[in-house]
Design a protein around this ligand. Sequence first.
Ligand SMILES: [Zn+2]
Length: 260
Amino acid sequence: MVQFVEARRVGGDGVVNALRMTRTEWEQLQRTYSVGELVMPCCPSPAIPKLSPNGHPFFAHASGACSSSEESQWHQAAKILVRSALEDLGCTASMEEPGSGDRGRWQADVWAERGSVKLAVEIQRSYQSLRDYRDRQERYRAAGVLGLWLLRSDRYHTLCKSMGKERLRTEFGGKFPPEGHFSPCLADVPVARLELEPDPTITGAGFFSASVPQLLDAVLTGRFRCIDGLWCIDNLDSMRQALKDSRDRAAAEREAKRRR
Ligand SMILES: [Zn+2]
């Protein structure tokens, strides 16, 4: 069941956005709405206001049925979430925004502007080669636009593998560094993993984690940076600690197994 943060009011009366309601307002909506007065953004199905087990408000299809595939629902829900979060950060934001620069044209999944800052967020759902990610990113860079890729787990994994191979080849002469953990990220492809369920979360290689607004705010202010093959905000120390903890745990488990 894909979770949407927004639903449309029937009769062209605008939208209801879960991110902009207090808990009390949300509970009141849950008590008072009648089925059919709110519809999903993806299709004409009635939208039901719900709460996740962690108390995160969202809309879901009344019957669970939607005419679009799970993948395309997820893509739309992610775009709406990112657009809403960018608006809450003071941006003018829109979806499927066409544009162009010296290196060619594009259509950004989510486009945002705040002051002189322009940001394109791509929520990539189908496979594309590392070359394609870099080409698009270069198109944005050449036009003075910041770029950000948000990928679902499987897609993120595939891209990290390609980036890691590329980094190994170009920066390490094809050999894994003798010490320490190898970090896969390339500095010209700003990327993080986005999951919507059970609650929206951002994670990434090297134990990176952030909320959606935290990440977007960091991108807008130039604080989302690639350091030694890891994309991070200002949490590299806590990421390193988490890595160390996880290694220590694995080592302790191996040791316990050996003694058995
Ligand atoms: Zn639908």
